[in-house]
Each structure stands twice: as C-alpha cells, then as structure tokens.
Design a protein. Structure first.
Length: 383
C-alpha cells in the first residue's frame, strides 16, 4: 500500500515520523510480511515553498489524486497573498466534502468534565461551503464598495449599519452539498450500528442557508433512508448549534453522529475534543466518499513555540493514522495502536500536556513516548 504523506511544518517534523514508527510496528506485528505501507513523501507548506517556490506543488496534488489516500502533518498558513489556507486548498481541490472528526475518551486521560466516558460522537463537518468558501471583501476596498452598492441599489438591502467601514462575506450553502454530507453521515451511522444522526444548525436565524441545511437534510434522510427510519434502525433529529454546545456538556450520551455545516463543525469538533482531553488527541480526516479520496491529518497547528523541543504530543496524527488503517479495513492494526495508547495513558505515561494532569503522571518526550507505544505493540501487550 503506497501512502503519500506530508511531514508538515513546525512540530510536523516530530509527530509525523512518530506516527510512521507506530503504524509500521502495528502493521508488522499484526500482518507480518503480508501487508505493509510504503511511505511516499510529498511536499506542502513552508518547506515546499522554500524548496520549490510553491506552497502546494502540483506534484503533491497529483500524488493524492493517484494514490487516493494520504496523511499529513500540520501546515503553516501563508501570510499575505496567495493561498488563504493550505488545508482549505487541499479540501477544495480534491472536493473532500466531509471533515470526519470522531471523538471518544481514552481511559487514563484526565478530562475537565465529570463523565467523559459518555462522550462518543462522530462529527461530519461539511468541508467545501459556508463562510470557508473564502468569498469576502475587505472594508475600504473598491470591491467592498461595489458589493455594498449591489446589495443596496439592486437588492434593496438597508440593514448594513456602517457600510463605509464594513467588510463583507458570502455564505454559500447548497442542496447538493447538504445532501452528500447528510447521506454520508446516515450511511456511516447504519454501517457502525449507531442510533442517530443529529443535524446541527442555526436555521432559526439564517433561515435560507442553515435553515436550508436542516430542511434538505431531513428531506434526504426521509427519501433515501425512510425504511431504516421506519424500522427504528436510524433516528434523524436536529438541534440549534448553541443549544447543542450546551447539551454536549449536559447530555452527551444523547448524540452519536453529528452532521453540520463548516463553521459550526469547527466549533463543535474542538469543544468535543476538549471534553475528552484536548486537541492533542483529536484525530481527523477529509474524505470524498464518492471518489474514494481521503487525507488524514493532525488536527492541531504547527506549534512553533515547542517545535524542535521533543515534547509535542503525537497522538492526534497517530489516531488519524488509526482512522486511515480502519479506512483500509486493517482493523487489527488499528485496534492494537489504540490499546497500546490506552494502556500507556492508564499507567499515567504520556507526553507532558497530558501527563501533568494525571495522578502520578510521568512526562515522556515525544521520542520516548513513541518508543514506548512501539514497544507495547511489539510485545503484543494487547493479546
């Protein structure tokens, strides 16, 4: 299996090799010589710019198109002109319309909530529309003035309170984009025997964009999954976004699969990650279920303040690799990694960001933590 990978900027140089060592150990231990991953490095981000003059070389995009499944470390977002966000560019270029963020608690990890074991959700965040489409104009520019004139003169809009100093953004939300996201969420729930899909939105305020998401989501579910709903195998419900954020703290057990728009999904996935220990152990993937393209990723940033200090937590990209192995159908290797991590956490052995909160916790460097997880896998401690 050839897997293109982007090492990433900042702490990417530390977490990506850690992930590869752990994955290689799990694949070797579970399958011997029958299966293996051949890692193919491709460039993006600051290193790519320094070496090629491009933040996102075409060769990188071609590798992801060809091999379909890849993994990446955190990337620097260029300052000034050019690409607004490399992560957004990757998602939009390959039309990776689902940002998949599973959230669960691992025993031993200290959480700010009383019953973190009740948090077990999978967030389907729409990845290509909403405010993240990047359609906006800065206050004071001719473009912003032209856009305002169109709103005022052509569309009769009179609600812009301070037009001369306003920036403007456009929020596209389509029926097609909604349907393919909700369809993927419903199929995932049924495939994994999960009880419900919750549509999270602010349709009470944004009636035609987020309200459209709710309306089209329900219609899609009833049209394509009516039999499963009637049989009680699937429940479709919805919740206003701010109420949902409150409910995740009060009654997290009420939710399993979440389908939501781009901006809501950003907020929701990060809050849920905090509830089970933080972004350092939050995995993620960007997937197009129609074409099979998928990029798994570290969900945190480049963390330049700790880069090179051998203290970063590599669990986000390691758990994203677990998702990748599950995507391949390599469940045994994926399970052995999760078990090794959980055993280490239970014994209070983790990188400093987690260990400092654990009773009697032992802080390990990135490299020592990696060696420990590899050793646990190789010793078949999970038999």
């Amino acid at each position: 299996m050839i897997v293109p990978f982007i090492t990433g900027d900042g702490v990417g140089v530390e977490v990506t090799p850690s992930m590869q060592a752990v994955v290689n150990a799990a694949v070797k231990k579970n399958y011997g010589d029958k299966r293996r991953i051949e890692w193919k490095e491709v460039l993006a981000g600051e290193r790519a710019f320094n070496e090629t003059g491009s933040w996102l070389p075409e060769e990188t995009m071609e590798a992801f198109r060809t091999y379909k499944v890849g993994i990446k470390g955190p990337l620097t977002t260029p300052i000034g002109g050019g690409i607004r966000s490399l992560n957004v560019a990757l998602r939009q270029t390959l039309d990776l319309y689902v940002c998949l963020r599973p959230v669960r608690w691992y025993q031993g990890v200290v959480s700010p909530v009383k019953e973190p074991q009740k948090v077990n959700m999978c967030v389907f965040r729409e990845n290509t529309e909403d405010i993240y489409a990047g359609i906006e104009w800065e206050a004071g520019t001719p473009e912003a003035d032209k856009f305002y004139r169109f709103l005022h003169d052509e569309m009769g809009v009179t609600k812009v309170r301070f037009p001369e100093t306003s920036s403007f953004g456009v929020k596209p939300v389509s029926k097609e984009g909604t349907e393919r996201l909700v369809r993927s969420a419903c199929e995932y729930a049924l495939e994994h025997n999960l009880p419900s899909v919750t549509l999270v939105h602010k349709g009470n305020i944004m009636k035609f964009t987020e309200g459209g998401f709710k309306k089209w989501g329900y219609e899609l579910a009833e049209r394509e999954f009516g039999k499963e709903i009637a049989e009680g195998r699937l429940v479709i419900k919805d919740c206003i976004a701010d109420a949902f954020l409150q409910n995740t703290l009060l009654i997290p057990e009420e939710y399993s699969v979440i389908a939501t728009l781009n901006l809501n999904g950003d907020y929701v996935s990060d809050q849920l990650a905090a509830m089970v220990g933080g972004i350092g152990i939050a995995p993620g993937a960007n997937i197009n279920y129609k074409t099979g393209h998928a990029i798994f990723e570290a969900t945190h940033g480049t963390a330049p303040n700790i880069a090179g200090k051998n203290k970063v937590n590599p669990c986000s990209i390691i758990l994203s690799a677990v998702m990748m192995l599950q995507h391949f159908g390599w469940q045994e290797a994926a399970s052995s990694i999760e078990k090794a991590l959980e055993q280490s956490f239970t014994e209070g052995r983790a990188t400093a960001d987690l260990a400092r909160f654990m009773p009697g916790g032992v802080s390990l460097s990135t490299s020592d933590f990696t060696k420990e997880i590899v050793a646990r896998i190789e010793n078949k401690n999970n038999d």
